[in-house]
Design a protein around this ligand. Structure first.
Ligand SMILES: [Fe+2]
Length: 294
C-alpha cells in the first residue's frame, strides 16, 4: 500500500542571515564616580561586574548576557538615545531600584514605570529601557537587544546606505523611517530621526565585531574615515557618511574588532541577583542569558 506523501517543509533560510556585524560587544560611557556606578548598574539593575578584567577603580566592565557596558572613570558621557535591556524579572528590578533610590538622590537617576517596560536614567543621564523577555527579543532573557540613537531629520536613508554599502551589514528602514541595522544574531542598532536639538557628540562609543573585517576597513580608509588603528585586530571609525552624497549624517564612534580578536565571543559571567547571603540556595548563583526555544 502506498504511503501518503508528506510535503517537504519550507524553511525561510534568509531568517538565519546575520550580516557582517556578527557580534554586539559593548556600550562605552565614562562615569565620574565608580561607587555611584556600582550602585546603579550592579545593585540597582542587578547586572554583574566582570570579575576577571578591569577590576580596579579606573574602569568597570558590566556584563549583560553576552554584551557589556564599559564604564571608564572620567567626565560623564551620555549616549544620545536609549539602550534597551532585557532582564528576566521586571518586578525584582522594581524592588532593587527602590532600594537604591535614596542613595542616588541628587543625581540624574530616575525611574519611569511604563508597565510593560521600566525606563531608568543613570546618575549622569544615560537612558536605559528595561524589557521583560518577549518573542521580539528572540532567546534573550538577559542582554542588550538594541541601542537606539537619535539622529537629525532626513538622515536614515543615507545611514542605511552607509551600513549596507560600507560596513556590509544588514540594514533597512522601518515604516516609521527608523534605520534598523543588524548587529549580531539578537541585537540591532536603531537610528531614529528627531526634531530635538542634539547635544554635541561627547565621545561615547559602541563596539562591534565583523566577519569581513578588511572589506569595510578598505572602504573607510579610502574615504579617510579611519580614526584609530588600534592594533592588528581592531580599528575605529566615528562618522556615518552617505556613500551616495558624501554628506556626514551622524557621529557615533564604532570600535571595530575582528573574529580573531582575543576577546571575541568571550563567555561572560552573569549572576542571579535574586541570590543573596540571606536568600540563598546552592547552585543558583549564576544566571542564564538565553532561554529554550518556544
Ligand atoms: Fe570600547
Amino acid at each position: 500500500m502506498d504511503q501518503p506523501q508528506r510535503e517537504a517543509p519550507v524553511y525561510d533560510r534568509t531568517a538565519e542571515d546575520v550580516g557582517n556585524i556578527i557580534e554586539f560587544g559593548h556600550v562605552n560611557t565614562r562615569v565620574p564616580d565608580q561607587q555611584l556606578a556600582t550602585l546603579f548598574y550592579v545593585t540597582g539593575l542587578g547586572l554583574t561586574r566582570d570579575p576577571y578584567l578591569m577590576t580596579g577603580t579606573e574602569n568597570m566592565w558590566i556584563n549583560v548576557g553576552t554584551s557589556q557596558f564599559h564604564l571608564p572613570t572620567g567626565p560623564a558621557q551620555v549616549t544620545r538615545g536609549v539602550v534597551g535591556l532585557v532582564l528576566p524579572d521586571l518586578d525584582a528590578l522594581r524592588t532593587r531600584l527602590k532600594r537604591v533610590a535614596s542613595r542616588l538622590r541628587g543625581t540624574a537617576f530616575s525611574v519611569e514605570d511604563r508597565g510593560a517596560s521600566v525606563d531608568v536614567t543613570c546618575p549622569w543621564g544615560n537612558r536605559i529601557r528595561c524589557h521583560a523577555p518577549a518573542p521580539e527579543f528572540g532567546p534573550i532573557v538577559l542582554g542588550i537587544p538594541y541601542v537606539a540613537f537619535d539622529v537629525a531629520r532626513g538622515t536614515t536613508e543615507g545611514i542605511v546606505r552607509f551600513y549596507r554599502e560600507v560596513v556590509g551589514s544588514q540594514a533597512a528602514r522601518d515604516a516609521d523611517g527608523t534605520a534598523r541595522i543588524g548587529a549580531g544574531p539578537d541585537t540591532v542598532l536603531l537610528y531614529r530621526e528627531t526634531d530635538r536639538v542634539l547635544p554635541p557628540y561627547d565621545g561615547h562609543h559602541i563596539q562591534v565585531s565583523l566577519a569581513d573585517f578588511s572589506g569595510p576597513y578598505r572602504r573607510l580608509l579610502a574615504r579617510g574615515q579611519i580614526t584609530e588603528e588600534s592594533d592588528q585586530h581592531q580599528y575605529r571609525f566615528q562618522t556615518l557618511v552617505d556613500p551616495a552624497s558624501g554628506e556626514t549624517l551622524a557621529e557615533v564612534e564604532h570600535e571595530v574588532r575582528s573574529m580573531r580578536h582575543p576577546l571575541f565571543a568571550r563567555v561572560l559571567v552573569n549572576r542571579n541577583p535574586a541570590a543573596t547571603n540571606l536568600h540563598y540556595a546552592t547552585g543558583h548563583e549564576a544566571a542564564a542569558w538565553a532561554q529554550f526555544p518556544a
